[in-house]
Design a protein around this ligand. Structure first.
Ligand SMILES: [Zn+2]
Length: 195
């Protein structure tokens, strides 16, 4: 006999006032899963997650049966950037995202493939994959139960991930390196990536 898993429904929820508040908000709205930013999505400097808040958040998620936990990465990160300084900054920021996701016992970390201005598309996709691999070096995503989700994008002129084939290409490059899968965005808002 097959047992169907209960359907999981949730939305992106603010962590204003402390990460534990997101769990309360999710429950109040009747969600049984949630997506959050683990820091401000438009700032490079990440705010420190306080240990007691993290532990409180984990307990609440357990009590309210809120799973999976999805984190969406900062909008400034562009792992396909052809500007070396910007790329380095993006790699460091993405590594911080992965570390925070592991600290929070998140199940998924969502990333847009970025923008390849100045290079060709397939090189951009390859660079994004290489930058993801570099950012996660030495971090045990398997042990942490964390999967990186590559999310499609609106497909603006230089943006990567405008088609499912491009998302698949990044996943293919990372196969066997880290746990990776796809996330489908249906809102399709255009984002303005930096260099
Ligand atoms: Zn997104």
């Amino acid at each position: 006999m097959s047992r169907k898993a209960p359907r999981r429904i949730g939305i992106h929820i603010s962590i204003a006032g402390g990460i534990q508040k997101a769990a309360e908000r999710a429950r109040d709205m009747g969600c049984n899963t949630l997506q959050i930013f683990s820091s401000s999505p438009r700032q490079w400097a990440a705010s420190e997650l306080s240990r007691p808040h993290c532990e409180h958040f984990l307990r609440l998620r357990e009590n309210y049966d809120l799973k999976p936990l999805v984190i969406h990465t900062n909008y400034l990160i562009n792992l396909a950037s052809s500007d070396q300084l910007f790329l380095q900054k993006s790699i460091e920021a993405f590594r911080g995202e992965v570390e925070r996701a592991l600290d929070l016992c998140a199940d998924y970390l969502v990333l847009h493939p970025g923008s390849f201005r100045g290079a060709d598309r397939s090189r951009g996709l390859l660079q994004t994959a290489a930058a993801i691999a570099a950012s996660t070096k030495g971090l045990d995503l398997v042990k942490g139960g964390l999967t990186i989700l590559i999310e499609n994008s609106a497909g603006a002129e230089f943006s990567l991930g405008g088609s499912f084939e491009q998302v698949a290409e990044v996943i293919h490059h990372l196969h066997g390196i880290i746990p990776v899968a796809a996330c489908i965005e249906s809102a399709h808002r255009r984002r303005n990536y930096r260099p």
